[in-house]
Design a protein around this ligand. Structure first.
Ligand code: IMO
Ligand code: MG
Length: 444
């Protein structure tokens, strides 16, 4: 019963979609279990480029069942849009896509609140959300009184529920300065969402029951992570995080499938760091190195088109998020992007207030003051895009990958050197599997 998880170990955009597409071949079911339309996954499959946000990347392969579980916050308009786009390109959704009736639904009020609250952190900080209503929808889910789940859209009291929430939200909006939030029209929203519900009806099921049956029957399930571990609501760089458990610890709660059914966790890392939105990023390079990485890596957001902040690989952060996510092995993505730099740096420790540490801080203020301690490795000039075997990588590139494995404490089993499936080097996991060996220097 191989259950496999693909978890981003940085701040998202680690090219998880490409990996999921490759692994799908060996699985029967692909599951999206957290987040919502804030995710943006680009997959190049058979020479075609696909941009997915909420539908699992497994949809690109015939015969694979795709599941969106109750841990996801679902914007029905966005899902329908995505379904239409995929169908227009010849893919069939019928009988292949299941959506949980437990998923909480994103409504227009969530999007309004997301816009208003994003810049309202105490002290004036801006999270820089994707503006998709993700945080406010999760907040209403936890708050319960104003929450509406997908299954509710098919009940006789759906109209009443919308009226109840709109009445409350309109009183809240009225307390904000004039012009910031127009009053909502309950009838219009009800009509629109009832139409969405009809369109989605054939897909809406109890996915927890479906998945529990599937794993108990020995079907092979692939869990497709969205976002990255450092954006985890409980364990990430709070408050500059997303609103779900995006690290490995969120798989069971988001999907309803307990971790006893998972036997392989792959942590996905870019060969460097990127971050989009606000919050500290100790290794950020706001200089020509950062520009080199951004341009070669085409580091612009899939969802929001924002230029991503780019910097050196941060082994302190990666080791933390790999341990947190229970990672067995690592995939290093976008290694080709680092070509053409004379020297490469890897952050191996932080100096915080003059004290050197390899422990990732739990408090944002400490991370903001963290000064990276770097180790320098030599770069390479060769283009890697045509490399197909590990042995053909330039020695400097191999040393770089090996050093990441050593510092993070897990073997690297997959190296990606371009967006195409063929641009992937797979190393046998058996040959490299070994016990956890924390090899960062201990705290000084
Ligand atoms: P994928 O799946 C990168 C970031 C946003 C913002 C913060 C909170 O493509 O890796 P939210 O809209 O979730 O409330 O925004 O989280 N963020 C992502 N950054 N990749 C993602 O997803 C992200 N999803 C959210 O930029 O800083
Ligand atoms: Mg993305």
């Amino acid at each position: 019963m191989p259950g496999t998880c693909v978890i981003g170990l940085q701040w998202g955009d680690e090219a998880k979609g490409k990996l999921v597409d490759i692994l799908t071949e060996n699985h029967d079911i692909v599951v999206r279990y957290a987040g919502g339309a804030n995710a943006g996954h680009t997959v190049v499959s058979a020479g075609q480029t696909w941009k997915l946000s909420i539908i699992p990347s497994g949809i690109l392969r015939d015969g694979v069942a795709c599941v969106i579980t109750g841990g996801v916050v679902l914007d029905p308009a966005k899902v329908i849009d995505e379904m239409d786009g995929l169908e227009a390109r010849g893919l069939r959704m019928e009988g292949r896509l299941r959506i949980s009736d437990r998923a909480h639904v994103v409504f227009p009020w969530h999007v309004v609140e997301d816009r208003l609250l994003d810049g309202s952190l105490s002290g004036g900080g801006v999270i820089g959300t994707t503006g998709r209503g993700i945080g406010p929808c999760y907040r209403d889910k936890v708050g319960r009184a104003l929450a509406i789940r997908l299954g509710d859209l098919y009940r006789p009291d759906f109209r009443e529920k919308v009226a109840h929430v709109v009445d409350f939200k309109n009183r809240l909006f009225a307390s904000w300065p004039a012009g910031t939030a127009a009053p909502l029209d309950a009838a219009e929203i009800h009509t629109r969402y009832a139409a969405y519900a009809e369109r989605l009806r054939p897909h809406v099921v109890d996915t927890t029951a479906f998945l529990l049956d599937a794993v108990e029957d020995g079907r092979r399930v692939l869990f497709e992570g969205a976002q990255g571990a450092l954006l985890d609501i409980d364990h990430g760089t709070f408050p500059f995080v997303t609103s779900s458990n995006s690290s490995g610890v969120g798989v069971a709660s988001g999907s309803g499938v307990p971790s006893r059914w998972v036997n392989r966790v792959i942590g996905v890392l870019k060969a460097y760091s990127t971050r989009v939105g606000g919050g500290p990023m100790p290794t950020e390079q706001d200089n020509p190195t950062g520009v080199h990485i951004r341009e070669r890596g085409r580091e612009y957001g899939t969802v929001t088109k924002r230029p991503r902040r780019c910097g050196w690989f941060d082994a302190v952060a990666a080791r933390y998020s790999a341990r947190l996510s229970g990672v067995d092995e690592l995939a290093i993505m976008l290694l080709d992007v680092l070509g053409g730099l004379d020297e490469l740096r890897i952050c191996t420790a932080y100096e915080i207030d003059g004290r050197r540490t390899t422990q990732f801080p739990s408090q944002i203020g400490d991370l903001e003051r963290a000064v990276p301690v770097y180790e320098t490795l030599s770069g390479w000039d060769e283009e890697l895009d045509t490399v197909r075997r590990e042995g053909d990588l330039p020695p400097a590139a191999r040393r770089y990958v090996d050093r990441i494995a050593e510092l993070v404490g897990r073997p690297v089993t997959i190296v990606s050197i371009g967006p195409d499936r063929a641009q992937t080097i797979i190393r046998a996991p058996e040959a490299t599997r070994r016990p956890w060996h924390p090899s960062l220097p201990t705290n000084a």
